[in-house]
Design a protein around this ligand. Structure first.
Ligand code: NAD
Ligand code: DAU
Length: 350
C-alpha cells in the first residue's frame, strides 16, 4: 500500500484534494498533515474522516524536528504540499507568518523527503502547489506561461516564489524528484470567507457592505476548485519530474463585474428584487501593491497531460452560492470569534 502525505489538507483546496484521493484510491493511504490555523477546518472533511485509508495528523511544517519524526514514522511514497498562509491581505499585515510557513516550512519538508528518499527515489514525487501570483502583474494583454519571469509583489507571492525557487534548487542540486504547478484563483465550496467570493456571498446574505478595492478594475482568472484538484491528481501521477505546469480557468473577470454577477444570482436565490444586493457594493481603499491582472496560459497542461476545466463559470458560481446558502452552520462557525476581529481590522467597524 502506497502512502501519500498531503499537507494543508484541512484548508480550502487541500480538502478537495484529500477527498478526491481518499475516495478514488482506496489502496493508497492518505496522511493529511495540517496545523489547523484559522483557515484549516476538519469540518471540511467530515464525510471522509472514517475512511480506512485516511489519517489526520495535527502539526506545524515550521517545526523541523516534528517533520523529521513524521517522516521516520511513515514511509511516504509521495508528498503533495499545499500547506501555506494563503491570503494576500494578511501577508501585508503579518509577513513573517508567510516567511515561516511558506518558505521555512517548505524547506523542512524538502529536507525530510531528501533524507527519506536518499537511497532510492524511484517512483517518488514531491509535488509543490504554487500560485500564478509569483509571475507578478499583467497589463491588459498577454498570459502567464511557464517561461514568464518571476516578479512577485506581495509578501505572500514573494514567499511562494521563494519556495518555488528552493523546490527547483533541490531538483537541480540533490536530484529530488519534484514537480510544481502554478494555479490561478480558485472558487467553490469550503473557501474561507476572507477571500473575495465567499466574503461577498456572506455579506450579501447578511446585507453588509461589499468591499470592492479601488475601482474594482482588477482582473482575476477563476477556476472551479474541483478542476484544480483533478489537475493536481493528473500532475501527481503523470507530471514529468523537474517540470512546471500552469493551471488556469481561461476565465477572466473584472472584480466589479464578478461582484455584480454574484449580486444578480443571489437576488434570485434569496427572492430579493433585482438590484437590491448591488446597492451593497462599496468602493474601499485599494489593496497596497494590488496586482492589476492575472491570466494563465494552461496549454502545456492541456496538450501534454490532457487536462481541461470541466465547468462553465455561471454554473460554478451558482453551485458555489448554493453550497454556502445550504451550509449555514459551516459559515456561522467560521465567521464567529476571531473572524470578527480580523474583519474589524481589515474593513473597519460597519
Ligand atoms: P487555505 O488558507 O484555505 O488552507 C491552507 C491550509 O494550510 C490550512 O488548512 C492551514 O491550517 C494549513 N496550514 C497553514 N500553515 C500551516 C503550517 N505551518 N503547518 C501545517 N499546516 C498549515 O489555502 P488554499 O486556498 O486552500 O491554498 C492551498 C495552496 O494552494 C496554497 O499553497 C496556496 O498558495 C495555493 N494556491 C491557492 C490558490 C487559491 O485561489 N486559493 C490558487 C493557487 C494556489
Ligand atoms: O491567483 C491565485 C491566488 O488567488 C492565490 O494564490 C491566493 O492564495 C488567493 O488568495 C487568491 O489571491 P487574490 O488576492 O487574487 O484573491 P482575493 O480573493 O483575496 O482577491 C480577489 C480580488 O478581489 C483581488 O483583486 C482583490 C479583490 N478584493 C478582495 C477582497 C478580499 C476586493 O476587491 N475586496 C475584498 O474584500
Amino acid at each position: 500500500m502506497k502512502t501519500i502525505l498531503i499537507t494543508g489538507g484541512a484548508g480550502f483546496i487541500g480538502s478537495h484534494v484529500v477527498r478526491l484521493f481518499v475516495k478514488k484510491y482506496p489502496n493508497c493511504k492518505i496522511v493529511n498533515l495540517d496545523k489547523l490555523t484559522y483557515a484549516g477546518n476538519l469540518a471540511n472533511l467530515k464525510d471522509i474522516e472514517d475512511y480506512a485509508n485516511y489519517e489526520f495528523v495535527k502539526g506545524d511544517i515550521v517545526d523541523g524536528d516534528f517533520i523529521n519524526s513524521l517522516f521516520l514514522r511513515y514511509t511516504f511514497d509521495g508528498v503533495i504540499h499545499l500547506a501555506a498562509e494563503s491570503h494576500v491581505d494578511r501577508s501585508i499585515v503579518s509577513p513573517m507568518d508567510f516567511i515561516m510557513t511558506n518558505i521555512v516550512g517548505t524547506v523542512n519538508l524538502l529536507n525530510a523527503a531528501k533524507t527519506m528518499w536518499k537511497d532510492n527515489s524511484e517512483g517518488k514525487k514531491f509535488y509543490h502547489i504554487s500560485t500564478d501570483e509569483v509571475y507578478g502583474s499583467l497589463g491588459e494583454e498577454g498570459l502567464f506561461t511557464e517561461e514568464t519571469a518571476y516578479d512577485p509583489r506581495s509578501p505572500y507571492s514573494a514567499s511562494k516564489a521563494s519556495s518555488d525557487h528552493i523546490v527547483r534548487a533541490y531538483f537541480h542540486t540533490y536530484n529530488l524528484p519534484v514537480v510544481i504547478s502554478n494555479c490561478s484563483n480558485n472558487y467553490g465550496a469550503n473557501q474561507f470567507p476572507e477571500k473575495l467570493l465567499p466574503l461577498c456571498i456572506n455579506n450579501i446574505k447578511t446585507l453588509k457592505p461589499l468591499p470592492v478595492y479601488g475601482k474594482g478594475e482588477n482582473i482575476r482568472d477563476w477556476l472551479w476548485v474541483e478542476d484544480h484538484a483533478k489537475a493536481i491528481e493528473l500532475i501527481f501521477h503523470k507530471g514529468i519530474i523537474g517540470e512546471t505546469y500552469n493551471i488556469g480557468g481561461n476565465n477572466e473577470w473584472k472584480n466589479i463585474d464578478l461582484v455584480r454577477s454574484l449580486c444578480r444570482i443571489m437576488d434570485n436565490k434569496l427572492g430579493r428584487i433585482q438590484g437590491e444586493s448591488e446597492k451593497l457594493i462599496t468602493f474601499v481603499t485599494d489593496r497596497a501593491g494590488h496586482d492589476l491582472r492575472y491570466a494563465i496560459d494552461s496549454s502545456k497542461l492541456q496538450r501534454e497531460l490532457g487536462w481541461g476545466p470541466s465547468l462553465q463559470f455561471e454554473e460554478g458560481l451558482e453551485k458555489t452560492v448554493d453550497w454556502y446558502l445550504s451550509n449555514e452552520e459551516w459559515l456561522n462557525n467560521v465567521t464567529s470569534g476571531a473572524y470578527q476581529k480580523y474583519y474589524e481590522v481589515q474593513y473597519g467597524k460597519r
